[in-house]
Write a protein that binds this ligand. Sequence first.
Ligand code: GDP
Length: 295
Amino acid sequence: MFEALSESLESAWKSLRGQAKISESNIQEALRDVRRSLLEADANLQVVKDFIEEVRETALGAEVIKGVSPDQQFIKIVNDELIKVMGETNAPLAEANKAPTVILMAGLQGTGKTTATAKLALHLRKQERSALLVATDVYRPAAIDQLVTLGKQINVPVFEIGADANPVEIARQGLAAAREQNVDTVIIDTAGRLQIDPEMMGELATIKKTVKPDEVLLVVDAMTGQEAANLTRTFHEEIGITGAILTKMDGDTRGGAALSIRQISGQPIKFIGVGEKVEALQPFYPERMASRILG
Ligand code: GDP
C-alpha cells in the first residue's frame, strides 16, 4: 500500500532503500524531499518545518521492525504523521443536546461560504434533520438573494429580513424563529470581506456571543494555499473556531492548506467542497488527503 503512496517522493524512498536502518545521515535527503513535496503542495513554510521535525524525531526513534525495510518504514511514518496532523478520523458535526443546533459560518468573501451553507443544509436534510438558513450578509450585493435561491433549490427555508437590518439582530431573530419552528439545526451565513478587517471580526464576535453556536465553521478556499495558515490563526484567535470546511478541492490544488488548518487551530476539517453544485460536499478523510498532499 505504501509503495504507491507518492510517485513524486520516489527519490526520497530510494535514498533509504538498501540501508540497514534509518539514521541521521541517511534520512537527510529523504526529509528534504518530503519538505519540497509539501511546499509544492502549497503547505505553509512554518507548518512544514514543524512537520519535518516531528517526522525526523519519530523516524530516528523508531524501532527497527523485522521484515520491514527502512524506506517502507519511513514512508509509513510520513503518512501516519500527516494523518495525525490532520486529525486521524473524520470529525462529525456537533449536535446540541437540545435543538436547535446552531452553526455559525465564517470566512472571507468568495471562499464559498454561502454555497457551503446550502451544502450543509442539504447534507442534514439527507439525514432527516431539518434546517433553517439565516442570511446575515447585508454587505455583499445579492448575498441574501443567493441564499434564498439556494434554499429554494434544496427545499430548505431561509430566514431573512432584508439588507437594511443589523446582522446581529438578524441572527438573533433567526435563532428565535428556529426555536419557534422546532427546527433541528440553524445555519447562520455571515458576511465575509475580501480581507480580514477589525470591523468584520467585531461583528462576527458579537453574533457569536448572541447566538452561542455549537459549531463555528471556518470556510477556507483550498486554492489560497499558504495564506490558509494566517487566516486560520486570525479567525481562531479572534473568534474561536470549532472546525473548518475546505472548499474548491475540485481544483488542481494538492491541498496543503489542510495541513495548516488543524496544525494551527487544533480544530478538524469536517467537510470538503468539491464543486459549485449544492450536492458537492464530502466528509473530510485525513488518509485520502494525506495521499493527495504527497502527490
Ligand atoms: P462566499 O462569498 O464565501 O459566500 O462565496 P460563494 O458561496 O458565493 O462562492 C463563491 C464562488 O465559488 C461561487 O462562484 C461558487 O459557485 C464557487 N464555489 C463555492 N464552493 C465551491 C467548490 O467547492 N468548488 C468550486 N469549484 N467552486 C465553488
